[in-house]
Design a protein around this ligand. Structure first.
Ligand SMILES: [Fe+2]
Length: 510
C-alpha cells in the first residue's frame, strides 16, 4: 500500500500529461555536445556490428533574443552511436558548424540566412534581402556517404562535408554540373534531402530544380549522378510548366521515378516574401505528375495520376521492362507541413486537431499504356495502424528490388492523439507479418536496418532506433530484432536526443 502511494506522484505526472516529455522531444534547445562518451548497453551488442549510426536534426530554436517559428529551421545537430565491434560503444553529438550557425553565435542573434518560416522578432526588409542572397545554409535533415565523402543535406543543392568519425564540420560545397546552365534566368538552389543509391553502383542519384524567374517561362529539372561530395554528372534534363516541391524520389534498376505532387513553388511569391512557407501551395484540383526517366537513354515519360501528397518514397522496383511498382507514404493533401509550426506543435489541442493520416500506397506503372494505377496494402486487423507509418526505411540491400518489409514510425497509433508513437514493421507481401513495438510515453524516431553480413533473409539483422523516454526525460538507443520486433539491447545516453529527421549506419566508421 505504501509502495503504491509512493508511486502516485509519478503516475500523476505521466497519466495527466498524455505526452510526458513532449517539450523535450520538440521545441527545447538541447545545447550539450560531447565526443566519444562511453555508453553501456544492458545486453551484449551483436559482435558483427561495426560502424556508426549517424543522425541529423534540428536542436536549437533561438539565438540571443530571436527565435524560429518552425521546427524545420532549428539549427542542425549531429548524433553518432559508435560501435568498434569489441563490445564497447560511444556516443558523440555536435552542432553543425555551418556558416549560418557560426555567424549567429558570433552575433548572438539569428544571422540573415534563408529560413523556411518567419522569425520572432522578424527580420527587417534589408535583413530579408540579405537572407535571400545568403540562401539556405542550415543542413539539418539527412546524412549520406557519397563514395567515401560524408555529407549532410537539406532540400537544397548546397551541402556540407563533415567528418563522420568526429562529427566536425569540414566545409560547404555547391557542386557544379558540367553542361548544365544554372545562372539567369534560373535560381538553382532546390534539391532533395533523400538522394537514392544508383542500382549496382556506389553512386547516388539526385535532382536539381531550377526555377525560372521570368514570368510564364518553363522551369527545369536535372537528374544528376553524385560521384562524390563535389563531382556531379548530368543524366537528363527537361522543362516543366510548374515546379513541385520535392523531398524524395525512387529508382529501379533502369529508371528514376519523380512523383511531382501538386505542391507547387511560386517563384514570384518567393522573391516577394522570401519565405518558402508562404510560397508553396497545394492544388487540390490538379493531378500528380510523375516523371519516369530512363537512366540509359535519358528519355523522360510523363504520366498524370491522382491528386495526392507524399514526402517519403519507400522503394520501387521493376516487374518487367514495362511494369514498375512504386511505394510511398501518402496523404490526401500537404497539411502535414503545418504540423511543424511551433504554434501547432507545442499546443496539444491544435496539433491533435490537424488532419494527419498517412497511408502506405503502391502504384503500378505501365510504361506502355502510360498509366499509373494506385492500390493500398492489406490491413492487419490486429494492428490496423501499421499502414500509417512514416519515415520509412528498408533493408538497403533490397533497394530497387522486390521486397517485403518496411520499418517506420506511426505517430498517432490511436488515430487521435499525437504522442502514441509505435515503431512498426509492415509486411507488404503478407499483412499477417505486421509487427509493432511501443511503450507508453516513449517516442521512437526513424530507425535504421543494419543487415547481418551473412544474413539469409530480408529481415536478418538489427534495427537501431533512437527513443526519447518521456517519462524519465532521457534518451536511449534500442536495438530490435526485426523478425520479432523484440528488444535485443538498449543504452541510455548522457544527453537528450530530441526529435530529428534522418540518418543511416556507416559501416566501419567508428
Ligand atoms: Fe525526409
Amino acid at each position: 500500500m505504501f509502495r503504491g502511494l509512493a508511486l502516485l506522484p509519478l503516475c500523476f505526472v505521466v497519466c495527466l500529461t498524455q505526452t510526458p516529455g513532449w517539450d523535450l522531444l520538440f521545441g527545447t534547445s538541447i545545447l550539450n555536445e560531447t565526443q566519444q562518451y562511453p555508453i553501456k548497453f544492458d545486453n551484449p551488442i551483436p559482435s558483427w556490428i561495426k560502424g556508426s549510426l549517424i543522425r541529423n536534426g534540428p536542436a536549437r530554436y533561438e539565438m540571443g533574443k530571436r527565435s524560429f517559428l518552425n521546427l524545420f529551421d532549428g539549427y542542425g545537430k549531429l548524433y553518432s552511436w559508435q560501435f568498434p565491434g569489441n563490445g564497447s560503444a560511444f556516443f558523440t553529438t555536435k552542432f553543425v558548424q555551418s556558416l549560418s550557425y557560426n555567424e549567429s553565435r558570433k552575433l548572438n542573434d539569428i544571422a540573415p540566412y534563408q529560413t523556411f518560416d518567419d522569425l520572432v522578432p522578424p527580420m527587417n526588409f534589408f535583413e530579408k534581402e540579405l537572407a535571400l542572397r545568403n540562401g539556405l545554409d542550415n543542413m539539418n535533415i539527412n546524412v549520406y556517404n557519397f563514395s567515401g565523402d560524408c555529407v549532410i543535406l537539406s532540400d537544397t543543392w548546397k551541402l556540407y562535408v563533415v567528418d563522420c568519425f568526429t562529427l566536425d564540420t569540414i566545409r560547404p560545397t555547391t557542386p557544379n554540373i558540367p553542361g548544365v546552365q544554372t545562372g539567369f534566368p534560373y535560381i538553382s538552389i532546390m534539391s532533395v534531402a533523400h538522394p537514392v543509391r544508383e542500382y549496382g553502383t556506389n553512386y547516388h542519384l539526385t535532382i536539381l530544380q531550377s526555377l525560372n524567374i521570368l514570368p510564364d517561362m518553363p522551369h527545369k529539372f536535372t537528374l544528376v549522378r553524385s560521384k562524390s561530395a563535389d563531382i556531379r554528372e548530368k543524366i537528363a534534363e527537361w522543362e516543366v510548366k510548374k515546379m513541385p516541391y520535392l523531398h524524395s524520389f525512387s529508382t529501379t534498376e533502369h529508371y528514376a521515378i519523380i512523383f511531382g505532387c501538386p505542391f507547387y513553388i511560386d517563384i514570384l511569391k518567393m522573391l516577394r516574401y522570401s519565405l518558402p512557407k508562404d510560397s508553396i501551395e497545394f492544388h487540390k484540383d490538379e493531378p500528380t505528375v510523375t516523371y519516369v526517366i530512363d537512366l540509359k537513354t535519358s528519355k523522360v515519360t510523363t504520366i498524370e495520376n491522382e491528386n495526392i501528397f507524399t514526402m517519403h518514397h519507400v522503394n520501387a522496383f521493376e516487374e518487367d521492362e514495362n511494369t514498375l511498382f512504386l511505394d510511398v507514404a501518402s496523404y490526401p493533401d500537404a497539411s502535414l507541413v503545418t504540423f511543424f509550426e511551433m504554434d501547432n506543435l507545442m499546443n496539444a489541442t491544435k496539433r491533435n486537431e490537424l488532419t494527419f493520416k498517412p497511408s502506405l500506397r503502391r502504384y503500378r506503372i505501365d510504361l506502355k499504356a502510360n498509366k499509373m494505377t494506385p492500390t493500398s496494402f492489406d490491413i492487419n486487423p490486429k494492428l490496423p495502424f501499421v499502414n500509417m507509418l512514416e519515415v520509412p526505411t528498408i533493408n538497403e540491400n533490397y533497394r530497387s528490388k522486390q521486397y517485403c518489409y518496411i520499418y517506420g514510425v506511426v505517430f498517432k497509433s490511436d488515430n487521435k492523439l499525437w504522442g502514441n508513437f509505435s515503431f512498426v514493421k509492415k509486411d507488404v507481401c503478407n499483412s499477417s507479418g505486421d509487427l509493432s513495438w511501443s511503450i507508453p510515453g516513449h517516442y521512437p524516431m526513424e530507425g535504421w536496418f543494419v543487415p547481418h553480413p551473412n544474413g539469409s533473409s530480408e529481415d536478418d539483422g538489427v534495427l537501431m532506433v533512437p527513443v526519447l523516454d518521456g517519462n524519465l526525460g532521457k534518451s536511449y538507443l534500442i536495438m530490435l530484432d526485426p523478425k520479432t520486433m523484440k528488444p535485443i539491447t538498449k543504452s541510455y545516453v548522457p544527453f537528450t536526443v530530441p526529435f530529428h529527421f534522418h540518418g543511416r549506419f556507416f559501416e566501419n566508421v567508428f
